[in-house]
Structures are given as C-alpha cells and as structure tokens.
Design a protein around this ligand. Structure first.
Ligand code: ATR
Length: 277
C-alpha cells in the first residue's frame, strides 16, 4: 500500500457504486490524503476480505448490499444507532486496534431532509413503507427528531409488528397493513420498500398525503422512480429520492473516519446536474 490512508466499499454488485467518487471529492475538498476503492465482495467472502483489508493497513470500510448484517456481526463495538438497526454500513479502525461499526444511513436521510430540503420531522406524522433492512436503518434517527408518530406499513404485517416492538421504547410507533391506512393521512411518506427497483408501487390509499406533505424514496435512479412520480401526482410539496441521502451517509462516514466534516451541497448539485443532462 502507498503512504495514503486506505478506505473501500465492499458489496455485491458494486460496479455502479458512486461511493469512490463521493469520498475522493470529500478528500480533495478537505485536503485529506486517502484512497477509496470499490471492491466486489460476495457475502461468503466477507469475513476473509475484511480481515485482510485491515491486516494490510486499511483504515475504514463501507459495507453495502448484501453485507450490512454481516458487518454488524463483525464489528467489535457499535454505536447505539448501529446496535438498534442491526446493520452496519461503516467500519472504522480504532486506536486500540478494535473495529467500530456505525450505521450512517438514518442520519444521512435526516440530514438530507432537514438541512438540504427544509423538511422538518418534529411533531409530524410519518409513514414508512416497508419493514426490511432499509426501514430498520432509518427508524431510530427519525425517532430522535421527535415526530408526533411513526407508522410502519408492510405487506407482511408481522414483519412491521416485529420492527415496531424493537423501537417502541424510543417513541410513538405503530405497525399497519396497507389496507388499514384508509382514512389516515401523513405529513411525510418514506418509501423504504425495494418496490421501486422492480417499478412497483406499494398499494397506497387515496388522500394519504396531507396538504403540503412530502415524500421521500430511499431508492434513487437517473430518472424519477415510480414512487417519486406517484408523489408528484399527489401534489407533494417535495418529491425526493435517495441521492441526497447517499451523499449525506457518506459525509457522516467520512466524519467518523477523519474527524473532518465535508460540505455536501456542491457534490449533490453536481450529481443532480449529471442525471438531468
Ligand atoms: P431492504 O434491505 O432493501 O429493506 P428487504 O429486507 O428484502 O430489503 O425488504 C424489502 C421490503 O420491501 C419489505 O418490507 C418488502 O415487503 P414484505 O416484507 O411484505 O415482503 C417490501 N417490498 C418489496 N417489494 C414490494 C412491493 N412490490 N410492494 C410492497 N412492498 C414491497
């Protein structure tokens, strides 16, 4: 390895990851000397690959699909938000040689909503669609913003109930079937299902979004996702996708590793411009 500090993102698939570009941008902006690579690591090779990475002097890793639960199990210590979310997207070598696991996805979403888009969460009624790993990663940091309530809707209601049971001690949160949402309305609807990836839309009742309400799809693509298009049709004040969250979760990981907080606005603008053109 060179004298630069080494970082990487592990995942499968990984070839389209924007993380190397994001972290190189942050490194130049904050004048940090580091290298960041994307490495194809299937689940069965995870443990060996992580051990080798840190043994060779690596300083920090991002872990993405399908490795976040494995990274959670691997970490010697975890932040409280990582502990609760049962998933780790950031591993950081500590001075004592141990590996700290964090999950910066939820705080990335909250920062993108509040700081970049002026969408407040305090005292709001929030609906989260989906009860898988993506939902688990965002619930805790959303609760920290003291919303009036969180409703988790899922096709398999049992999964939503299980998730709710794990987070109920932190604030008001309930589980629901999609059909039981009829007649309810929300200030913010967050799509944490994987439905956008197959161009599917969770079955949402009419009038479910309040006047001046906002929508956020954790997924992102070069074109508006099906959920973003639906949100526009509902007249949402903001119809956002997960590009800003991607940059903000990276900024938080960068801060954990380097102790320097990068500015994200310019990079988000750049990435937005690329997909419009
Ligand atoms: P992830 O880690 O991305 O959250 P996951 O754990 O497989 O992936 O969870 C996917 C989530 O998307 C689940 O909540 C799933 O609902 P079920 O638990 O009922 O399967 C949800 N999901 C996937 N496709 C969907 C669709 N077409 N409509 C509604 N929900 C969908």
């Amino acid at each position: 390895m060179t004298d630069k500090d080494h970082y990487a993102v592990f995942g499968s698939p990984i070839e389209h990851s924007k993380s190397p570009r994001i972290h190189q941008f942050f490194a130049e902006q904050t004048q940090q000397s580091l290298e960041y690579r994307a490495v194809l690591v299937p689940a069965e090779q995870f443990e060996v690959a992580v051990k080798e990475f840190f043994a060779k002097g690596g300083r920090g890793l991002n872990c993405t699909v399908p490795l976040k639960e494995l990274a959670w199990m691997y970490a010697n210590k975890k932040t409280e938000r990582a502990e609760l979310s049962k998933a780790v997207n950031t591993l950081a070598l500590q001075d004592d040689g141990s590996i700290l696991g964090d999950n910066t996805d939820g705080i990335g979403l909250v920062t993108d909503l509040k700081k970049n888009n002026a969408v407040q969460l305090k005292d709001k009624r929030i609906l989260i669609l989906g009860a898988g790993g993506a939902s688990r990663g965002i619930v805790g940091p959303i609760q920290d913003e003291l919303p009036e309530s969180i409703t988790i809707a899922n096709r398999t209601v049992e999964k939503a109930r299980n998730l709710v049971a794990e987070f109920a001690h932190k604030g008001p949160i309930v589980a629901s079937a999609y059909e039981d949402l009829a007649g309810l309305s929300f200030d913010l609807i967050i799509n944490a299902t994987s439905a956008s990836l197959t161009d599917d839309l969770p079955p949402l009742a009419a009038n479910i979004l309040k006047d001046q309400g906002c929508c956020y799809d954790l997924a992102y693509a070069n074109k508006p996702t099906i959920f973003v298009r639906w949100a526009r049709e509902q007249g949402a004040l903001k119809s956002l996708d997960g590009l800003g969250m991607l940059v903000e979760q990276a900024a938080e990981a960068f801060y954990l590793w380097r102790g320097v907080r990068p500015a994200s606005a310019e990079l988000i603008q750049l990435l937005e411009a690329e997909r419009i053109s």
